[in-house]
Design a protein around this ligand. Sequence first.
Ligand SMILES: Cc1cc2nc3c(=O)[nH]c(=O)nc-3n(C[C@H](O)[C@H](O)[C@H](O)COP(=O)(O)OP(=O)(O)OC[C@H]3O[C@@H](n4cnc5c(N)ncnc54)[C@H](O)[C@@H]3O)c2cc1C
Length: 376
Amino acid sequence: MKSMKPQTSDISHTDVCIVGAGPGGALLSYLLNRKGISTLLIERQPHLHKSFRGELLNADGEAILNKHGLYSHIQEQGVLPLEEIQYWEEGNILHTINPDADKGEHHVGVHVPQDHLLQAITSQTEALSPLHQVRFSTIMTGLLRDKSGHVAGINVRQNGVPASIQASVVIGADGRYSAVRKHAGLVPEIRKHGYDLLWARIPAPPGWEPAVRMASMDGQQLALFSQYGGYVQIGWNIPEGGYTQLRKQPFAPFVGKLVSAFPCLADSVAAHIKDWSDFVLLSVESSYSSRWADDNVVLIGDAAHTMTPTGAFGLNAALEDADVLSELLIQMAEDHFGSTDVLQQLQAIRGSKVQQQLARQLQMESSFQQRYESFR
Ligand SMILES: Cc1cc2nc3c(=O)[nH]c(=O)nc-3n(C[C@H](O)[C@H](O)[C@H](O)COP(=O)(O)OP(=O)(O)OC[C@H]3O[C@@H](n4cnc5c(N)ncnc54)[C@H](O)[C@@H]3O)c2cc1C
């Protein structure tokens, strides 16, 4: 039987089409809807649930969410302020870093489950603009171009069916493997950091106070983050590309190192980390696109600059980008999207801070062992 070519099922029109309902895309959609700008947010997943994503909010991210009246809605869903950063050795605390009261700090970061962040922002967007909804299960597959080659929107597969969305501006908020970036020819410079990361999430021991706990394991960072809901997330740095070799070793001695660093985790580890499949491997890299915008296409968040988990900058940087870009898009809307030059300003405004954070991550990663030893 001859196969049928799938038909384009639907053409939508919007002023701004945002690809990716992560923190950057969701916040931008809220800020534009608040100004009555026609906006469509598409997301390839069928829901907002994410596991193993950036969930530590820093003061910059918290300030933006407060500025736009969103933080209290996120708090209602549930957040966990972390009280201190502890450096551990062989089951004892070597050194503690407390919030800087002189700077008005009450915590060293806030754990915000990404579900709570995204649900709160999207439900506030719907409250402003009841017709707004995230278009789920919709994957951006390419850019729609007019006869002159100018970007006129995007092509998608929506529940597997090809469709087109016409838009005056396309935003790539689609994360570290951005399809928008690829189709717009905005090439990132990728940097490896010499380590990969094993993640696991287990119930926290009873009475475990909310904190970040660090240990040095075979010269690599082993970090525990208290999480809302009574969990602890484990982030264990291993040598880059070393996981295949690691898995050839017996599992019990490996996980035993975790328990020797944090003996109070013994019961929870025994019950929840039984073999290698209880860890998730994250291949660590950072990237920076030399250009964040081309004509009427612009990138934000991880699509423009992927960060490593060190220092918990990525989520917060995506929120900052969305905040700045919303102002630029509001200017463009006043001009009926006549000129796209204003989009170049995003990188001019945000680029240097992002590059400082990328440099800071490298510095924190290379000095971890030295910093740790200074506490002995
Ligand atoms: C394991 C891990 C831990 C981290 N820890 C922290 C932390 O503690 N603090 C911190 O600040 N940062 C952290 N980060 C970084 C943080 O998660 C990211 O920087 C942040 O999520 C970036 O937000 P974003 O909106 O740019 O992109 P993302 O959160 O990546 O969202 C992109 C969205 O686009 C969707 N998408 C992708 N492609 C398409 C497509 N073709 N069509 C439609 N939709 C698409 C994806 O499904 C996704 O929902 C961590 C990252 C990882 C991987």
